[in-house]
Write a protein that binds this ligand. Structure first.
Ligand SMILES: [Zn+2]
Length: 343
């Protein structure tokens, strides 16, 4: 890109038109692919100028060769609670026992957060129960020494040898999501380090409790694991959606991703729509119950010598129940030929 062209785009940016800025970021992302947006890696690279944008966390770096890049300034977002609260560098779950009771909506990528599939292709072992034991992630075949990429921009929380995981890297992302990369033969990052999607955080391996080289990949929210297949279609390597609604039942130990017929609808349904659907379901259930009760109703025609208690006995019910069903009193006189509801 020429300096002139870059300047023209920068002038456009100065108009604080965020939509235009986002469009430009999108087209840049396509041009640069995985490295569309860098964060800390930019430090130390010779550049001509830095320009502010409408977003204080985002700068445009203009290089000596006339090219430019959007960069996120970690020092601006570093103060966010997400990087300090429930944060430690040794445990898989620093949140304690948090139960997710309501749907959580997460943006996976905005125009300045990028994504990189850790491994495209089939997965050999699924999320859920395996030999009676909970498998909290999925296993992706991964030859030893193959680069393992960060799935999203974020910060390294754990880089250590952790029990069955062997060499484990845990990344936290700005939306609160955490991604786990286990059984690595080598770890390339240190806790506290900022990473961009697509950065090589380590190499594939078979350390820890592992029967052969593979990557154990987990996604967690507030310490609760859910099937990564809700986020990523590992066949194509693509994110299923730019936004995900994590329903509370996704966090049940055995709940695998299921391809809903109206997947898109399900994901983008609002809480209000969800509430209306629940009401509709409840209404239909009540109707069905009422219809079943109507179908089960039985009537009896009073004959000579009958009393309320003899009829109740005959139909295995009580006088009170007969009175309730027929809106009469226990002291009421019943007439021969009168129809009484008995069930
Ligand atoms: Zn595994």
């Amino acid at each position: 890109m020429t300096l002139k062209k870059a300047t023209a785009i920068l002038l456009l940016l100065c108009g604080t038109c965020l939509a235009a800025q986002n469009r430009e970021a999108d087209s840049l992302r396509h041009a640069y692919g995985r490295q569309g947006v860098a964060s800390s890696r930019i430090v130390g690279t010779p550049y001509a100028d830095t320009l502010d944008t409408g977003n204080p966390a985002v700068k445009v770096i203009l290089f000596n060769d006339g090219t430019y890049r959007y960069v996120k300034d970690p020092s601006v977002i570093a103060g966010d609670d997400i990087w300090t609260k429930n944060w430690n560098t040794w445990s898989c779950n620093p949140y304690g026992n948090v139960t997710i009771k309501e749907t959580v909506t997460l943006w996976l990528v905005d125009t300045l957060d990028s994504y990189c599939c850790p491994r495209i292709g089939y997965h050999s072992s699924k999320f859920g129960y395996r030999h009676g034991r909970r498998h909290q992630g999925i296993d992706l075949p991964y030859p030893t020494g193959t680069p393992v990429y960060a799935a999203f921009d974020g910060k390294v929380r754990v880089s250590d040898v952790v029990g069955g995981y062997g060499n484990l890297v845990i990344l936290r992302h700005a939306n609160g999501l955490e991604t786990f990369y286990g059984h690595l033969s080598q770890r390339n990052v240190e806790p506290g380090q900022w990473v961009s999607a697509g950065d090589v955080i380590g190499l594939g391996g078979s350390t820890g409790r592992s029967s052969g080289p593979h990557l154990h990949f987990e996604t967690r929210y507030m310490g609760n694991a859910f099937d990564p297949a809700w986020l990523i279609d590992f066949q194509t390597g693509k994110l299923r959606h730019r936004m995900i609604k994590l329903r509370p039942w996704y966090f049940d130990g055995g709940s695998n991703y299921v391809q809903a017929v109206d997947d898109e609808d399900e994901i983008f349904r609002t809480d209000e729509e969800e509430r209306l659907l629940a009401e509709e379901r409840a209404r239909k259930e009540a109707e069905a119950r009422a219809a079943a009760e109507r179908a089960a109703m039985q009537y009896y025609t009073v004959k000579s010598g009958d009393t309320l208690s003899s009829i109740a006995r005959k139909y295995g019910t009580t006088v009170q129940a007969l009175c309730r069903m027929n809106n009469i009193k226990a002291t009421s006189t019943i007439q021969i030929g009168q129809r009484l509801r008995v069930k």
